[in-house]
Design a protein around this ligand. Structure first.
Ligand SMILES: Cc1cc2nc3c(=O)[nH]c(=O)nc-3n(C[C@H](O)[C@H](O)[C@H](O)COP(=O)(O)O)c2cc1C
Length: 321
């Protein structure tokens, strides 16, 4: 059984997280092909978009096979965020638009006062969501954290404002900005948000397998779960969790050959999208993720993080048995 966001039907409860530098078109497609019901695109800057920064515009690339897909933006100024959302509404084939209110990195949350910094200003959140949701035709969703820090856990208050302002769904990464990625995601925060609003709530944080997904769904009552880090080098996780939720607890890990095939598919798609230099560079990070837990892959990992060309990457992968 799936869930619905506005008019978007999602055929299961599993969503790929937006991850900067990762959740681009090739990775989203891998996730969809391996059982993600819906995918989020990595965040793009509102200002980059409206000033037509070439790299930002390229980040809008998507294919219909990824759908349902939600494009995320980040920013802090009402006017430029509205303008960017209208641009996406008109020119992107994505199914919905998401606003990032959770990014903790200093460049976004401190310098630009965007991402998680917005959590400190519920009234501003209301204005941003209200203005955007009435100006675009696609559903609007928002991704938040628990709060700014331990002394200001305000996800429930913020979620109510987001709903009142017209959003169609909320994702809660149940950590504060101060926590970054440390500590544990607090399921009680997701539960409290779910109880406080009637729009769909997607729970997020620390899902690594079937049991952790089931625990979050059961304990919090959330409508779906979002998976980020555990999908790195492991798009198979979506099928694994889906099977578990449907009563099949057996974990079938991909064989080394299947992993090698997928790595090369990912490589070719990235190179097609970004060119050889950038595509291979990006695959340098994915290599070790794909090989996590595989014995005797130490020297392959080292070769992959040094590869400069498709041929070097391919040769190293092919040579591994
Ligand atoms: C490499 C990386 C990049 C991320 N980029 C974004 C982003 O662009 N937008 C966003 O809302 N969250 C971003 N996140 C946070 C994830 O979407 C997610 O909330 C977080 O990783 C917790 O989920 P997990 O425990 O399943 O990884 C990123 C996380 C990682 C690891």
């Amino acid at each position: 059984m799936g869930f619905k966001i506005g008019n978007i039907e999602v055929n299961n409860k599993l969503v790929l997280a937006p991850m900067a530098g990762v959740s681009n078109s090739p990775f989203r497609l891998l996730a969809r092909n391996h059982g993600a019901g819906m995918v989020y695109a990595e965040m793009i800057s509102d200002k980059g978009l409206i000033y037509k920064n070439e790299k930002t515009i390229q980040m809008l690339f998507m294919t219909d096979d990824e759908k349902p897909m939600i494009q995320q933006i980040f920013g802090s100024d009402l006017d430029t965020m509205v303008e960017a959302a209208i641009y996406i509404d008109k020119f992107s084939n994505c199914d919905a638009i998401d606003i990032n209110m959770g990014c903790p990195v200093p460049k976004v949350a401190i310098k630009a006062q965007a991402g998680a910094a917005l959590m400190k200003h519920p009234a501003r959140i209301y204005d941003i969501v209200y203005e955007i949701s009435r100006r675009v035709s696609k559903p609007l969703t928002v991704k938040i954290r628990s709060g700014w820090d331990d002394d200001s856990v305000n996800a429930v208050e913020v979620a109510k404002e987001i709903e009142r302002a017209g959003a169609s769904a909320i994702t809660v990464h149940a950590r504060t900005r101060a926590q970054g990625y440390s500590g544990k995601a607090d399921l009680d925060v997701i539960k409290a948000v779910k109880e406080a609003v009637s729009i769909p709530v997607i729970g997020n944080g620390d899902i690594v397998d079937g049991p952790s997904a089931k625990r979050m769904l059961d304990y919090t009552g959330c409508d779906a779960v979002m998976i980020g880090r555990a999908a790195l080098g492991n798009p198979w996780i979506f099928k694994e969790i889906d099977a578990y939720l449907n009563g099949d607890p057996e974990v079938i890990r991909p064989t080394v050959d299947e992993i090698k095939t997928l790595m090369l598919e990912h490589l070719y798609d990235l190179v097609k999208l970004k060119g050889e230099k950038l595509g291979v560079l990006e695959m340098r990070s994915h290599g070790p993720w794909y090989l996590k837990g595989i014995d005797n892959a130490t020297s392959l990992r080292k070769e992959l993080v040094r590869a400069k060309t498709v041929k070097e990457y391919e040769d190293a992968v092919h040579a591994f048995e």
